[in-house]
Design a protein around this ligand. Structure first.
Ligand code: SF4
Length: 337
């Protein structure tokens, strides 16, 4: 069962950088101003009373910004506010997000001693050219080093990737997925690059110096990247940004869709069906093929706005094919008979 997450957004605090895409306030929906220890305690008290947290691991997550770049007293204030709940067994995990170059053995020791068990790194790309063009201020070597230090400290590691950054390409995005998978993260998040008002990317976009990827290209590439992680049993915890009012208000351009994850899964599902049908037709010639799909995957098979139906039709894939939706078929599998 997924953890019951109590999130706090530390918007843009603790970060001396300015990545081209970053407009943390718009993305997180957070407002300027520091989260205080008092707010942390109050929020945890409120959320612990929610019925749907029953029986689930409770995780406090400090998202956004670069947690380990905050002043140490402020980190202590936030983590200290969670400490009594950890000690009482009411909260089981703390997760933070930070930059790869804000990790060191001493930092990991401090985080562990404070109850942090999962560190999410803003990797974004594993191509030095893309990182440089995106103003990240760290290199691929920094990412590899951060993974090694976190692994040595027995921390769980999350890796966030972005698709369609300046200088990115389909090939580089796939290489980033391959390289990140090889580092063995415990979970991954994949986000499309969006042009947000007030970000440096907005200026480049306005000058015609940056062109965001289309939604179609982005979902196609993300579906292949997800396949890389799926094959290695690495959890893809999120595809696309959480939609919120501020994001939609500040969005200038780019491959945004409120159900981006669903589009990616639909695309992945289409490729899986295509592969199995092509193989079966190769083996069986003109013979009738029966595809057994999970009942719960019906909408993925059809695709959003019937997009997959148009794809099957465009390739004549469903000729001589009968589709059976079976409640006993495991999800995301195809049985051919
Ligand atoms: S490191 Fe993170 S918080 Fe800092 S500018 Fe880049 S994306 Fe924004």
């Amino acid at each position: 069962m997924t953890p019951f997450v109590i999130p706090f957004f530390i918007a843009h605090q603790g970060c001396p950088h300015q990545c081209v895409f970053c407009n943390q306030h718009a993305i997180s929906g957070a407002v300027a101003g520091e989260v205080t220890a008092g707010q942390v305690g109050k929020e945890i008290d409120e959320k612990l009373a929610w019925p749907r947290r029953a029986g689930r691991v409770v995780q406090v997550a400090f998202y956004g910004g670069s947690f380990t770049g905050l002043s140490r007293p402020y980190q202590e204030e936030l983590l200290g506010a969670v400490a009594p709940y950890l000690a009482a067994g009411l909260v089981q995990e703390i997760r933070i997000s930070t930059r790869p170059d804000f990790i060191s053995p001493a930092i990991v020791e401090y985080l562990k001693a404070s109850g942090v068990s999962l560190v999410e790194l803003g990797v974004q790309s594993l191509d030095d050219g893309v990182l440089e063009k995106s103003g990240r201020g760290h290199t691929v070597a920094d990412v590899e080093e951060a993974f090694a230090v976190l692994r040595a400290g027995k921390m769980q590691i999350g890796g966030q990737l972005m698709v369609g950054l300046p200088g990115d390409s389909r090939r580089k995005a796939m290489q980033s997925a391959d390289r990140l998978a090889a580092l063995g993260p415990d979970l991954v998040r994949i986000y499309p690059t969006l042009v947000m008002k007030g970000s440096p990317l907005a200026a480049l976009f306005g000058q015609g110096l940056f062109r965001p990827w289309s939604l179609d290209l982005c979902t196609a590439v993300c579906s292949c990247m997800k396949g890389v992680f799926d094959r290695q049993g690495i959890v893809v915890a999120r595809l696309g940004l959480q939609s919120c009012e501020t994001l939609e208000r500040d969005l200038l351009a780019g491959p945004y869709h409120p159900a981006f994850g669903e589009l990616v899964l639909g695309r992945q599902y289409y490729r899986m069906v295509r592969k199995r049908v092509v193989e079966a037709k190769k083996d069986g010639g003109e013979r009738m093929i029966i595809l057994h799909l999970a009942e719960r995957d019906r909408s993925l098979f059809v695709g959003m706005n019937k997009a997959n139906m148009a794809r099957y039709k465009g390739r004549d894939l469903l000729n001589n094919v009968e589709v059976v939706f079976d409640p006993d078929q495991p999800r995301f599998t195809v049985e051919v008979s």
